[in-house]
Write a protein that binds this ligand. Structure first.
Ligand SMILES: Cc1ncc(C[n+]2csc(CCOP(=O)(O)OP(=O)(O)O)c2C)c(N)n1
Length: 327
């Protein structure tokens, strides 16, 4: 695999703190959802990304509002970072009228055109050719926008993935493929689905660079994505970034994940992206006890407010089930 040139970047203290806020907010959002599922209060299927937040924050941080993302079932945090209000996102999980789809879908398939969020379908990998199509539009319209397309290592084994990468490579499309390699596709460990160690090497077969990085290091993710986005904006085509990570919970909140060991989970929890980044911020004197408390209070207040708002919002009226439909 050809080495991708190291991208230089500089983030101001306020930007580092903003990244920290997002990591904490996205973690808290998922943790609260997990509790609400156990209390039987959430109607949607819930697929938390706890442990994977550095990928969401590192990839979305350098995006513009008019860039497009094509998220996965596990990427609720990308919606928040792209500008969906926590209240609206929580309402979506409660299937309330104040949610993105006004209570009409299982929470994971809504998009927001104005914010550049594509509504994914359930079929694994199916978002990738659509993402390539969006990138083709940008190329044809000669804008400098980019698309970020997310997928799991499991999805990288389906045909759609290979077609999308091939097309993006041939057309030199402004797209960044982000693989969230969390070691399992549902209950299946990656060694049972792939005969290679790194998904990143697949990019070479389609004529562009792939890189495998520590997906639990928010700055490493940001660095790779910043370089990939800059190349895409300049017309230099796609990049594949494979972020090695781990999901702490089961595939979804109903999955107890008996297929993995406590030792394995403990090993990955010791690589939690948040304390690592906290230590870095403290060492750089960007974060002190008072600021940490401030961020934590803001996060808790935001989540409390979102849950209150969603729980008190109205349910959809069955008579409106067929409104807003178009062909
Ligand atoms: C084409 C297709 N096959 C199977 C499924 C059922 N399914 C949903 S999620 C999932 C596992 C996904 O694993 P991965 O792509 O690694 O993403 P992760 O959930 O680990 O983030 C499976 C098998 C599906 N939705 N679509």
């Amino acid at each position: 695999m050809p080495p991708i040139k190291r991208t230089k970047f500089k983030l101001a203290p306020e930007q580092l703190l903003e990244m920290f806020y997002w990591l904490k907010l996205i973690r808290a959002f998922d943790e609260r959802l997990s509790i609400l599922v156990k209390q039987g209060r959430v109607r949607s299927g819930v697929y938390t990304g706890i442990g994977q937040e550095a990928i969401v924050v590192g990839t979305c941080f350098g995006l513009r509002r008019d860039d497009y993302i094509c998220p996965l079932h596990r990427d609720l945090g990308t919606f928040l970072m792209k500008g969906v209000e926590p209240r609206v996102m929580m309402s979506q999980m409660f299937a309330k009228t104040t949610g993105l789809s006004k209570g009409r879908d299982s929470a994971l398939h809504s998009g927001v055109n104005e914010l550049g969020i594509f509504g994914n379908t359930s079929m694994l990998g199916a978002n990738l050719p659509v993402a390539a199509g969006l990138a083709l539009t940008y190329k044809m319209e000669q804008t400098d926008n980019v698309v970020i397309a997310y997928f799991g290592e499991g999805a990288s084994n389906v045909g759609d993935f290979h077609e999308a990468l091939n097309f993006a490579g041939v057309q030199r499309l402004p797209i960044v493929f982000v693989c969230e390699n969390n070691q399992y596709a549902y209950s299946v460990p990656l060694e049972k689905t792939m005969a290679i160690d790194d998904v990143a090497v697949r990019a070479e077969g389609y004529g562009f660079d792939g890189v495998a990085i520590n997906g639990n290091d928010v700055l490493a993710v940001y660095q790779s994505t910043t370089g990939a986005i800059a190349r895409a904006r300049e017309g230099d085509g796609p990049t594949l970034i494979e972020c090695k990570t781990y999901r702490w919970h089961g595939h979804s909140e109903h999955d107890k994940a008996f297929y993995r060991t406590d030792e394995e989970l403990a090993m990955w929890k010791s690589r939690d992206p948040i304390p690592t980044f906290t230590t870095y911020l403290q060492a750089r004197h960007v974060l002190d006890e008072a600021k940490l408390k401030e961020v934590e209070q803001k996060v808790t207040a935001t989540i409390d407010d979102a849950v209150d708002y969603a729980m008190n919002a109205s349910d959809p009226d069955p008579s409106e089930a067929a409104s807003d439909l178009y062909a």
